[in-house]
Every structure is written in C-alpha cells, then in structure tokens.
Design a protein around this ligand. Sequence first.
Ligand code: GLN
Ligand code: ZN
Length: 771
Amino acid sequence: MISKSSENTVATTHALGFPRIGARRELKRALDAYWRGEIDQDTLRRTGVELRSRHWALQAEAGLDLVPVGDFSYYDHVLDTSALLGVIPERFGREVGEDGIDLDRYFRMARGRAPRGEDVTACEMTKWFDTNYHYIVPELAHDQRFTLHARGLEAQLDEAHAKGLRSKPVLIGPLTYLWLSKVRDEPFDKLTLLERLLPIYAELLHRLAGRGIEWVQMDEPILVCDLDAAWQAAFKAAYQQLAAQHHPRLLLTTYFGGLGANLEWALQLPVGGVHVDLVRAPEQLSEILPRLTEEKVLSAGVIDGRNIWRTDLEAWLEPLGRAQEQLGERLWLAPSCSLLHVPVDLAGETRLDDELKNWLAFGVQKLEEVALLGRALREGRASIAQALEANRAALAARRESSRIHNAAVQQRLRAVSPTMSRRASPYSQRAPLQRARLKLPLLPTTTIGSFPQTQAIRAARRDYRAGRLERAAYEQRMRAEIEHTIKTQEALGLDMLVHGEPERNDMVEYFGELLEGFASTQQGWVQSFGSRCVKPPIIYGDVRRAGPMTVEWIRYAQSLTERPVKGMLTGPVTILQWSFVRDDQPRAATCQQIALALRGEVGDLEAAGIRAIQVDEPALREGLPLRGSERPAYLDWAVRAFRLATAGVRDETQIHSHMCYSEFNDIIQAIAELDADVITIEAARSDMELLAAFAEFEYPNEIGPGVYDIHSPRVPSVAEMAQQLEKAAEVITRQQLWANPDCGLKTRAWEESKPALANMIAAAQELRARI
Ligand code: GLN
Ligand code: ZN
C-alpha cells in the first residue's frame, strides 16, 4: 500500500526516449523534401529543433522530472552513436571536422545518397533487437580508431537547458555498441576494441560532468541477451574503468526482456542505478529488491513501450508501494523502453470509435500514465483517485466487451486437431503430383508477388479511400492493372505468375482492414527506418475472416492466363509480428486465430481453382526471442500456425512461402518444418552463401534463392544471374531450384523490372540447357 509516510519521498519520473518522427510525420516530410532537394539543410534542422522542443514540452507538461536528450535522430540513433564516436568507414571519406560529420555524409552512410556528394554504397541496415525498427550497422576495422564528436549532442543539451529542463543525455553503452557492430575485412574479436573505445566514453562523460549533468542514461539492452563469459568480463572491466573517475551518475538501462542470468553480476556493476523492463519481465522486481545495494537507484519500467494498451495503474500500486518502502526516493518510474516503438498521440485518431479508443494509450498518453503513478507514490493514491476510477472503468469495459470474444472463433479453435497441421502426404509424394499438374520446366521462373506500384495505382487507392472514386471504377482500374501485369509476365515468359498486388497498400495493413478483431489507425505511425514509417493494425479481439479477402482478384488474374497464378497471402506470424497485439492472451493464441482465418482463405483459393498459394512469412526470424532458452517454444507455435494455415490443401496444390532475410542458421530446422513445397529467399546480396545452410541441412523441398537484389535499380546481366544460379545448383539439386528475384518489385519501376526479369529468364534458360 502506498502510505502517507511516503509523502516526502520523491519518485523521479522520466521517459527513455520519445518518437522523433512527429505526430503528423513532420520529420518524414522534411527528410523526404530535403533528399529531393526541395528544402535546404537549415530548414531541415529547424524541423529538428521544433520537434525536440515539442516533445520535451509534452514530457514536461505531463509532469516528468527528467527529459531525455540525444533520443532524437535525423535517421537512426545507432548511426548517431557512430558519428559521435567517429566511426566512419573509409569509403565515406576520412577526415572528420571538429563538428563531427556533416549531415550529407551522415545520410550517405544511411542510404548511399544525399543531395550533395557522390553516391556511395550505404552501410547495412538490420533489425533493432526483436523490433521492426532498423538500425544502421556500424562497421569496425581491426585497427579502428575512435574520436569524440560531441558538438551535436551538446547543442541539443543547450536547447534543453535554455528551456529550463533537467536533461538526461541518452547514450548507447560501449558494450551494446560493439555488440551491434559488424567487423570489416578479416574476422576479429570486437572486444579487443573496448580498450580504445572506453577513453572516448570517459572523455564524453567528463565533458557532460562539466556541464552539470547529474545523470546519463547508458543503454545496454544486450544485458537481456545471453552473454558468454568474455562479454560478462568485458562489462565488469568497462564499467570499473568508467567508474574510476568523477562523472555524472550512470543509469544502466535495459529493456526488451529480463536480466535473467545476468542479473546477479549486473547489479554489482559500479553504476548509479539500473533501469529494468518490468512489463516484459515483472518477476525481476522481487529478485532485484533484496539485491540492490544502498547507493543505487532502481528505475522501474512499468508502462509498456512496445504496445498501445492502457496500463492497469491499480495493479502497479501495490508492488511499487512495496518497492518504495524499501527504496524511498531511489525508486524511479518510466516506460519499459523508449517510446520510439509506439505512435505519438491518440488525440490524432478521429475515426477510431470511442469505445476502442478508451482502451488505448499512445506515446503522449503513456507519459501521463508514468506521471500519474509518480504522483500516487509522492502524494498517495487518493491524489489520483479520479484517474484511477477512469482507468478501472476503461479496463473493465475492455475485459467485458462483446467485441473481444467471439463464440464462433472459440468453437472453431476447440475443434483444431493436430492432423489439421499436417499435409495429407509427405513432400516426396506431393512433388510429382504438383509437377504433373503445373507442367513447369526444370528451374521454373517466378516472382515474389508485387509488381511496381506506380503513382497511378497509389492515386487510385487514395481516391477510393477518400471516397473520390466509386468502388466499381476503382475495381475496374485494379483489374486493368492486373491484366497488364499478367500480359507482361506472359510476354516475358515467366512460368509461374502473380497478380501483382496493386490493391494492397501494405502486406499486413491490407489484411488488418479485412479481418474482424482488427482496427486500423489514421495516424498510428511508427518509424521503421529513416523516413519510412509503418502503421501497424491493432488486434483487439478474436480474429475472424468475415469473407474471402483475396479470392476475386486472384480468380480474375487466373482467368486471363493458362499458366498457373499464385494466390498471395501474408502469413500468420508476420501479421502478428507487424501488428499491435492484444495483451490479454498469449501471442501464440492470437497467432493461431489468425492462422485459422487464413486457412479459410487458402481453402477458398484452392476451391476457386488456384493451383499454387504463397503464404509470406518475412517476419518469422524477427519474432525469434532474444534468449536462446525461449526460442524452441516460439518456433514451435510459429511453425504450427503456418502449417495450420496451409496444410489443409490437397497434395497437388503447391504451397509457397517467402522470407526476405539471409540469416537462416538459427532457424533452418523450423523452416524445413514449415513443409512449404517451395520457399523463395533473399540470397543475391550474400552471393548465394546462405544456401550453404540449406545444403548442410539437406533441406528437402524446393528453393528459389533470389538471383537479383530488388533494393537497387541496377539491372543485372544474364551472365551474372546465370552464374548465381550455377552457384546455387552446386549446393542444392537442380530439381529443387527455382529462379526468382529477392523480394517483391513494388518499390521498383517497370523500366527496371522488365529488363531485369527478361535477363533472369534468359539466365534460367541458359542454365536449363547446360545442367
Ligand atoms: N508478396 C510480397 C511482395 O512481393 C512479399 C513482401 C515481403 O516479403 N516483404 O511484395
Ligand atoms: Zn521479401
């Protein structure tokens, strides 16, 4: 209970970071305009200043005590850290000025191109832990030098200072930075660089101390991953060294999971405090309390920074009260992680119905929740009685709402049996039946699904949504687009065709809008990378398919050609992974519901005479838990969901899947267990090397390793692609091999796609004659 005696203890409240893109995607607009040469750098920078100022004001107005500085970024905070530490790969130019790197060079590192200067191969991009946010991977050489370029951060501190705010600089800690980096040229142990890196951090901390900074948020989220002895030792040595001199106190910040086996020693590190994620790992609180030494602060991450539900405030009062009794003012409150992963403000949603809206909290609302809990700790629960009452009522309404529970869905779920997740016959028996029916040549050619999304297609979709275009006219345009796509594929000579996906804005949003139990937002944007944002649907209730979602489009496409057209669906794991998921039942249960809905669609496509159906799972790898011990359970339910969606078809119906990433080693077994007849994967950028994993595993079914990279406008030559295919044919059998691009063509233009596909087909023909 929160007692009156806690009245004069102060619970510091703060946020670890705030979305930088802006409630109306102001940063996205400014970036795109700058890259197109429409605005100058000063105008772009003014947008940055305005957004920072607005976001700090929101935090201060909510009543938070400390504001993060350094969480803003023009592209990515890991890239910012590289700039701060002077980690600039040579191809971007060597000399770095006093002020650090200029913005154009920064953008070239991120995306290969900037308004000024020559194009350069951009740095790699990869997913930030288990989120759908992508960071720019730092590249380290074995003789890497580090140099401090803190002017940018200091300028932001000045901005905050001028507003009279208490600032808390946010840094990525040295160990996490090394962990996220890749090594260039010859492999070497990244930890050998720590010795050179630490003096730079020490220098920075010293400078921050000179500015009167009391606290620095040192993000070390790798503490929630499995760390071997070398990394553990490096942590201890690094923080000992940083502690040896006078500087601001460090808040060692972890998120996305519990400290687990790292808890015991991490709590011994000589830092000012720790931040832990009590949403993902609430059990940590009672493990930490008896172990936290006298001088340390505990920042309790109690508001979910990864999801959009209102917090049950009442449920936190008791455990937080207990913690406060022991810690007094050493207990701090915050969201579980940076709010980067949630949309900015619920107030922007004018079309969501009030009932549903009342269950949600976006970034701004989460700040208020932190502030409310802080107030309860300071002044007693009575001080927030009204808010608590409203919170209780909203949660009760959600729990009891008839919109959440659907008896028909529950009944279908109870009827799910293990045989429903198994194809009738093994692949070896299905393959000849499919070959006979599909009449495909050796090395069949296909594409991944989408064809160029032209301005005209986007405009038609926009006009239809806005009510400016009648449904019939819209459908007519889409049919014309499909017809064009089918004719083009026939003319090119592709063997297995697709309809081209013109009607889809996004591979998840499209299904989210058609499935029951899903809601779409208007402004619920979350940064994916750079200026690119996604608008994840919200899964609030039992998932049901109201009716066929894709059948008419595919049936129409198939009616135009003798060649097989693939039905095209997004898989259950990917829909789950790229949505905000309900928190009142396990993710596995929601995934199974989505799978059942998709199973109905697969069945309808088959009944409509569609001979091949592709179910994309590009997010299967991303959903993999950070800790090894949790992976088998995840892979088990994820694979079962895919199979539940797909295994209901007859032997002669060919199931395809697609995944666009290249790290297959940890999940090759699971991929085999999907038992898709054909999978298409990304391979071009890794030069077919990843096929080794499939070869070693003796992967039995068919594979289409992407023979060209669709992320680039370049048109690869016939010889180049023939060579890729030949390489592939060396490691997997020729009966297994398909020829296709790496991923969908929606971001490409027709001018590039047609010649590239023509060359790809020629390469396949050439190889057919040879092997
Ligand atoms: N079928 C989708 C497309 O071609 C797949 C996209 C993806 O895997 N990201 O666009
Ligand atoms: Zn893809």
